[in-house]
Design a protein around this ligand. Structure first.
Ligand code: 5RP
Length: 221
């Protein structure tokens, strides 16, 4: 089964997790785009929907959804999003599409985070995928120097400005052995807006599509 078919399968499978009266947070990326195309099938169950990026907002509107602001909705019942890497503790690297800041805000505001991926995203150790960090533009060099101390190789994402008018540094060569510690450490560097380690706000349920179907992993907490 090719990667696109797997994305299709997992984006359809997550519809079963949407129950009546949801205040739903919607992530960003190609897997989520397929979810949005399928979302009208469960429209009657969705009370409100909040989006993590301009792109997802536009796609939701094109599919007939009125997109709410988080401040008007408050707590989200579920947040559904993809990931660039995910480990067995359902900690992730996210931000390949550059929407990590709003994604983390929605993940944090949500009671349950459901991550939808194809099986190529499952890893033992996070870090093979370059870690995205959104930074205030004037701090790009000073933040880069700090990441070099952590053994990383920062690369400025070319021709990219985030939805929040910031830059993205992609940090190569990291072996993230302690995701929670590194997430906190990077958060403490002045100029960092958000880093793409989602360990403090890990997923609660992982749906992962493989050749045989969709595998479900759920954390007990
Ligand atoms: C965007 C993200 C996406 O969830 C991540 O990049 C995965 O995308 P895709 O579904 O296209 O593989 O974090 O910022």
């Amino acid at each position: 089964m090719d990667q696109n078919t797997k994305k299709q399968k997992v984006a359809e499978a997550v519809l079963d997790y949407i129950t009546n009266g949801e205040s739903l947070g919607i992530g960003s990326g190609s897997t989520v785009n397929i979810l949005i195309e399928n979302l009208p099938k469960v429209k009657n169950k969705i009370r409100s929907v909040v989006s993590s990026s301009v792109k997802s907002t536009e796609l939701l509107q094109a599919h007939g959804f009125e997109v709410s602001e988080l401040r008007d909705v408050g707590k989200l019942t579920k947040y559904i999003d993809g990931a660039d890497e995910v480990n067995k503790d359902l900690q992730m690297i996210k931000g390949g599409g550059g929407a990590l800041t709003r994604e983390k805000i929605l993940a944090h505001a949500s009671e349950k985070f459901i991550c939808i991926v194809d099986d190529s995203k499952k890893v033992h150790t996070l870090g093979n995928f370059p870690l995205p960090i959104e930074v205030i533009p004037m701090s790009r060099s000073s933040v880069s120097l700090e990441l070099i101390k952590h053994g990383g190789r920062p690369v400025l994402r070319e021709n990219f400005i985030s939805d929040n008018n910031n830059l993205i540094l992609d940090i190569h060569n990291l072996q993230i052995m302690e995701p929670i510690k590194l997430e906190r450490d990077i958060n403490n560097i002045p100029g960092v807006v958000t880093n793409g380690i989602f360990a403090l706000d890990h997923a609660h349920i992982l749906l992962s599509a493989n050749d045989d179907g969709v595998e479900v992993s759920e954390l007990n907490a």
